[in-house]
Design a binder for this molecule. Structure first.
Ligand SMILES: Nc1ncnc2c1ncn2[C@@H]1O[C@H](COP(=O)(O)OP(=O)(O)OP(=O)(O)O)[C@@H](O)[C@H]1O
Ligand SMILES: [Mg+2]
Length: 439
């Protein structure tokens, strides 16, 4: 268990909003560690486009603004953050790594060690050199020992050949460096950098749907991030470069409105499925802020505009998933989150496109003022803080388990789905299953 004064900070740097969540460790009714949110801060994004920093000074000042707002609310100081990685530059793919297993001593049968597992994972993550691209996350799907497949954890098994099928996530090297620089410029350390879809999964999934296989769609302002997860493994990570801002700009363009007014109409009276709108309903269009003119527009018209864009987003997601043949893992349905999920009718449109059950996902399993944060717009930042908490707990457990006979790595609790993160050029070995939902 963590000390009571230990805190974790999730930082979701989005195209529209920068959100910081400060949490501390609490216990639930079963005595399991859970996140208690003690501070939340928001700042409108500036200098960030689709997950990429385009102006370091503006981006740093938004980061400071969001974190300081969370600091003021919580009364806690922040030293380091778990930062989300998102945007079009993030790409997932499935890859295979193979290593030869040697016995440690002559004459002994070759037994698979933790080091063999890590070497296999590194080999899976070694992509052909492409300028400005690096692997920063590798997570096993399953192992094969001497061609015997379906193995979740091959540790201590006997075999000469270890193969891992892994999901790897690559990102633009310069985008990652700029993000890191920006956070350091804001004078915060980095506890870890985590793909935002993994954070979403951590925050919003219930164990049953994660076990059966699920697709998570995070509709942000500039992009829509997608992840497919089943039983502790990631099968798909992808991004469609369209989000809620496009719905707003369509409403503005078709109805000849400023984007501020279009955004207000969308947020206050918008919907994107005709079943939720009465065809006689009219929306008064504010002419200038605070005053209302005579112009009105049919709510159904606004809904049609929004639906066309949402339909396009889901169709593009479906195509990307079908291209990788990973739809077969989506057995329990789809969970939609992010600020874009707040538009009424989103799940109805997704159900029409995918023809499987869809629900809206909000952060779960929190204590404290949990109700205040059960909102899809907080999923990313809360999931990042939950992952930060899992990592701290795990590091502490590992320290407390000394066994002079074995290396500390081999003594870490072994389970299916260990994974590796690359932070500041160094690989960190960590329990990837925790990124999903098992604490
Ligand atoms: N009540 C609401 N109804 C409809 N849309 C909403 C509502 N609240 C927020 N949104 C939309 O959500 C989007 C912002 O979502 P979010 O904060 O998740 O984006 P972001 O993380 O900053 O962006 P990205 O993930 O693309 O980098 C905006 O397009 C906004 O219009
Ligand atoms: Mg986002």
């Amino acid at each position: 268990m963590m000390d009571s004064n230990d805190i974790v900070v999730g930082l979701d740097i989005g195209t529209v909003n920068v959100t910081a969540v400060i949490g501390e460790c609490d216990v639930d009714r079963m005595g399991e560690p859970v996140l208690k949110v003690v501070g939340v801060g928001n700042a409108p994004s500036e200098g960030i486009r689709n997950g990429v920093i385009i102006n370091k000074e503006s981006a740093s000042s938004c980061i400071v603004q969001a974190v300081e707002a969370a600091v003021n609310m919580s009364g806690r100081d922040v030293e380091e953050v778990v930062c989300g990685i998102s945007g079009e530059h993030v790409k997932g793919l499935n890859s295979i790594g193979v290593v030869k297993v040697d016995s440690r001593r002559r004459g002994e049968r070759p037994e698979i060690t933790e080091q063999n597992k890590q070497e296999a994972m590194k080999s899976a993550g070694a992509i052909p050199e492409v300028p400005d691209r690096e692997t920063f996350f590798v997570m096993p799907i399953e192992y094969k020992v001497n061609n015997q497949g379906g193995i979740k954890n091959p540790l201590h098994m006997i075999g000469n050949r270890l193969e891992v099928q892994a999901h790897i996530i690559t990102a633009s090297t310069s985008a990652m460096k700029n993000l890191k620089n920006c956070i350091e410029r804001s004078e915060y350390g980095i506890q870890n950098m985590v793909p935002i879809t993994l954070a979403d999964c951590k925050a919003i999934l219930v164990p049953e749907e994660e076990k059966a296989g699920v697709m998570v769609i995070d509709i942000g302002g500039g992009t829509t991030e997608v992840g497919i997860q089943m039983n502790g493994a990631t099968y798909f990570t992808g991004v469609v470069p369209i989000g809620g801002k496009y719905v707003t700009s369509d409403i503005a363009a078709v109805l000849r409105l400023s984007s501020d007014i279009a955004e207000k109409i969308k947020v206050n009276q918008g919907a994107c499925h005709e079943s939720l709108v009465d065809d006689k309903e009219m929306i008064e269009i504010p002419v200038t802020s605070g005053s209302f003119g005579e112009r009105t527009v049919s709510r159904l018209k606004v809904c049609e505009i929004a639906k066309a864009r949402m339909w396009e987003i889901f169709t593009k997601v479906k195509r990307a998933v079908e291209d990788t043949k990973t739809m077969q893992y989506v057995n329990s349905g789809i969970v939609i989150t992010g600020g874009g999920a707040l538009l009424p009718g989103v799940s109805e449109v997704a159900e029409e496109v995918f023809k499987i059950p869809v629900r809206i996902g909000v952060p779960l399993g929190l204590t404290g003022a949990a109700k205040d944060y059960e909102n899809p717009k907080y999923a990313g930042a809360i999931g990042l803080a939950q992952i930060g908490l899992d990592m701290k707990i795990r590091a502490r457990l590992a320290k407390r388990r000394p066994d002079p006979g074995k290396s500390s790595r081999e003594e870490m609790p072994q389970d299916e789905g260990d994974g590796m993160f690359k932070v500041a050029g160094k690989w960190l070995w960590t329990k990837a299953k925790n990124f999903v939902k098992d604490f």
